[in-house]
Ligand binder design. Structure first.
Ligand code: PHE
Length: 370
């Protein structure tokens, strides 16, 4: 940006400035040009160029004023030119300094503006996963039994027929095996090595007693499989929680007290229980446990088929024959076992009519149980 000031190329004589007033008028012009030009200096590069144009040693405006005006000036005008030059220099230097600070402040402001967070923008809502209703129900049931001193153990979902049936007092060809519609796993050999998808969590009773001496107090949450066609009340994969307590002198009253405690905790203080005689090969006596219907509080409704009761688990005192399979002494020990369907309990508690919604993964359903 060359300075547009032809007057500094000339001497005072050439300009006809022969009085202090005329000299002063020239300085006013120079200063006015300076003020006009500096206003247009917008960035650091332009500022450096501008500084060289005015203060540069060789051809800067101030050098030209010194060479063309001051040096050749008559002794009478010299002090006037000198004073004008000094004032001009200090005006130029301080103005450029001020301009530099302004440019720095402006570019810092621009950078800050570019980085500024706009807190008024709507955020990005992330879909946060939640525990599935079945998982929530498992956790809830586990917590109740943990308070009673039960420990949580798990077992394999692919089982041998030995654990799923035989050691539970069902030898091969025992008709009670038909109580469970079983998925058999294809194995090359067949025979005693036959594998199944476990039809219940009861095989973990055997695995637990094999592993540890009495006393035993465990619950077993897990998936089980049955060869059923899915409908409103059946799934081919669902969840059970097994319970097993074995010790000296455990009685049917201990069993009943434990179950009543559980029902009160899980369904509420007003829920009542009743036991109906039943049959399982691995318990004797066996019972089905009913609880008062949560929907109608026992008055009778569609959910409980007008009975006022809901079946919640199979149970009983451990059959002494089972102890024989795990090396426990049936004369010293007694115990109780139970098995409940977790998915069904979740439905009953929430008043849901179709068990299939638990596996359809419809987020509109899942979001109702955050
Ligand atoms: N395993 C049985 C079932 O799945 C339930 C049960 C467990 C019954 C423990 C008695 C004792 O039907």
């Amino acid at each position: 940006m060359p300075v547009n000031l032809p007057i500094v190329e000339k001497t005072l004589e050439q300009l006809g400035a022969d009085t202090p007033e005329r000299v002063a008028a020239l300085f006013v012009k120079v200063r006015a040009e300076f003020d006009r030009e500096i206003a247009a200096v917008a960035d650091d590069a332009a500022r450096k160029q501008f500084r060289d144009a005015w203060l540069g040693r060789k051809a800067g405006v101030l050098t030209l004023v010194t060479d063309n005006w001051l040096k050749p000036a008559s002794p009478a005008l010299k002090p006037v030119v000198g004073q004008g030059l000094n004032e001009l220099r200090s005006h130029v230097e301080s103005s450029i300094k001020r301009r530099r600070a302004e440019i720095e402040r402006q570019s810092a402001e621009r950078a800050a503006a570019a980085e500024r967070l706009d807190l008024s923008l709507p955020g990005i809502a992330r879909a946060v996963g939640t525990r599935h209703l079945v998982r929530q129900t498992l956790d809830e049931i586990e917590a109740i039994f943990l308070r009673l001193g039960f420990a949580v153990v798990e077992g394999p979902e692919i089982e041998t027929t030995y654990y799923n049936f035989e050691a539970l007092n069902m030898p091969e060809l025992h008709p009670a095996r038909d109580m469970w519609d079983t998925f058999y796993v294809d194995t090359p050999t067949g025979g005693p090595g036959q594998l199944v998808l476990r039809t219940h969590t009861s095989p973990v009773q055997i695995r637990t007693m094999e592993r540890q001496p009495p006393p035993v107090r465990v619950i077993v949450p897990g998936k089980v499989y049955r060869r059923d066609n899915p409908d409103a009340s059946h799934l081919f994969m669902f969840h059970q929680i097994e319970g097993l307590a074995v010790d000296q002198d455990l009685t049917f009253a201990d069993f009943k007290g434990t179950i009543e405690f559980f029902v009160h905790e899980f369904l509420g203080k007003n829920a009542r229980t009743r036991l109906r005689p039943s049959y399982f090969p691995f318990t004797e006596p066996s019972a089905e446990v009913d609880a008062t219907c949560i929907v109608c509080s026992g008055r009778g409704c569609r959910v409980c088929k007008q009975t006022g009761w809901m079946e919640i688990m199979g149970a009983g005192m451990v059959d002494p024959a089972v102890y024989g399979f795990v090396g426990y002494d049936p004369k010293q020990l007694s115990g109780f076992a139970f098995g409940m369907g977790v998915d069904r309990l979740a439905l009953l508690k929430q008043g849901i009519g179709d068990i299939q919604v638990l596996q359809q993964n419809d987020v509109r359903f899942l979001r109702q149980y955050p």
